[in-house]
Design a binder for this molecule. Structure first.
Ligand code: ZN
Length: 375
């Protein structure tokens, strides 16, 4: 059965506390509609990974064009929200602007492996300041002042980790303990509505262009750099207790080794745009119970038999729907600029592969999104 269409004013996020935030013209107003709508609206979605800045650039449109993107509806299924990913330091401010201006845009901030050279201590600090909840900033600041030796140690660890490749996990400091005890704050406190900056990433490993890196020595050097930057961001996500978004391409063995060593098994994690060998998916689903796997429009490509076989092997309760727009527009729009509203083609394809109704895919993917991102 097809769910009801949400009016545009209700194209909004479902909060973790059974609430819906009205998206248009009614900031900060909440209504307790989540429970009743959730039972009747089975077809809506959050695009869990998109690059709005790149989409708008390709479309040659300013930020203000975003609401027009939201109006696009494919296969009669409206978009609820999206997670915009800023994956290089130069894009962070643009990303923040999108997140701050639009109620149904959430943000992830991190450094992509292809930009690993741009990662340094001040970038790590910027990511930390973006992701730290405002409501806790004062207490964290006070705590840092009182525990300056701890803060210094953290910075030293970060610097050492990046510069010398020391990948040892830092000892559990008071800071770590407190953050873990606090847990990630997913309540509707002001900072959530103001920033909606909720995750760290995408970060990871990408060896797909190794043939252009030069000789063996340069390949080794580039791989080591990517690994150090990846590990440092994993540790930062764990320390801040925020979801981690991982990019991995043609780097199965190193990805698995690093995650087994550095990522706690229950940490909320999105292994995004999965195109790696199915064995990596199987191993990580087993070892990391907090991890879900994101599939993009690539699953709809006619030649993507291997990827659809991976979809078949990943349980529905571990799947996230994502476009990775502007890339990989699904069939029948392959080759066009991919936008968040194209998720329904991916959902339909996953449903077909799984032999279930599309409503089931939307509903379970929505639950999985809440599980990983708390939204
Ligand atoms: Zn991406």
């Amino acid at each position: 059965m097809q769910g009801i269409m949400l009016p545009r004013t209700l194209l909004a996020r479902r909060g973790p506390s059974s609430r819906i935030t009205l998206a248009q013209g009614s900031k900060n107003r909440h209504v307790q509609l989540y429970s009743c709508l959730y039972s009747t609206v089975s077809r809506t979605y959050i695009d869990t990974h998109t690059h709005l800045d790149m989409i708008l650039k390709r479309l040659r449109q300013p930020h203000t064009h975003y609401p027009a993107l939201c109006k696009e509806v494919h296969l009669n299924t409206p978009m609820e929200a999206c997670i915009h990913v800023s994956c290089s330091p130069a894009t962070f401010e643009d990303g923040l602007r999108l997140v701050e201006n639009y109620d149904n845009v959430y943000g992830a901030f991190g450094v992509h492996p292809k930009s690993a050279k741009e990662y340094n201590l001040s970038v790590a600090k910027r990511i930390r300041s973006i992701l730290l909840p405002t409501s806790r900033e004062a207490s964290v600041h006070d705590r840092d002042m009182h525990n300056s030796h701890t803060a210094e140690n953290d910075e030293t660890n970060t610097k050492r980790s990046i510069e010398s490749g020391n990948n040892k996990q830092p000892k559990s400091s008071e800071d770590n303990t407190r953050t873990a005890k606090d847990g990630r704050d997913t309540s509707d406190k002001p900072f959530v509505r103001r920033y909606r900056a909720i995750a760290l990433g995408e970060c990871g490993l990408d060896y797909s262009q190794r043939d252009s890196w030069g000789g063996d020595e340069k390949i080794r050097h580039e791989k080591e750099l990517q690994k150090r930057v990846f590990i440092d961001q994993i540790q930062l996500a764990v320390k801040l207790n925020v979801p981690l978004v991982i990019h991995t391409r043609e780097a199965e063995d190193d990805t698995l080794e690093i995650l087994m060593r550095h990522l706690p098994s229950t940490h909320p994690t999105h292994l995004h745009c999965f195109t790696s060998h199915v064995s990596l998916a199987v191993a990580l689903l087993k070892s990391h119970t907090g991890l879900c796997i994101g599939f993009t429009g690539a699953v709809t490509f006619k030649s993507a038999h291997v990827l659809r076989n991976t979809v078949r092997k990943v349980p529905l309760n571990r799947i996230l729907l994502e476009t990775d727009g502007p890339f990989m527009a699904p069939e029948p729009h392959r080759g066009k600029t991919c936008v968040p509203s194209m998720i329904p083609y991916i959902a339909e394809c996953v449903a077909k592969v799984k032999g279930v109704d599309a409503s089931q895919v939307y509903e379970q993917a929505r639950i999985n999104t809440h599980k990983v991102y708390g939204i």
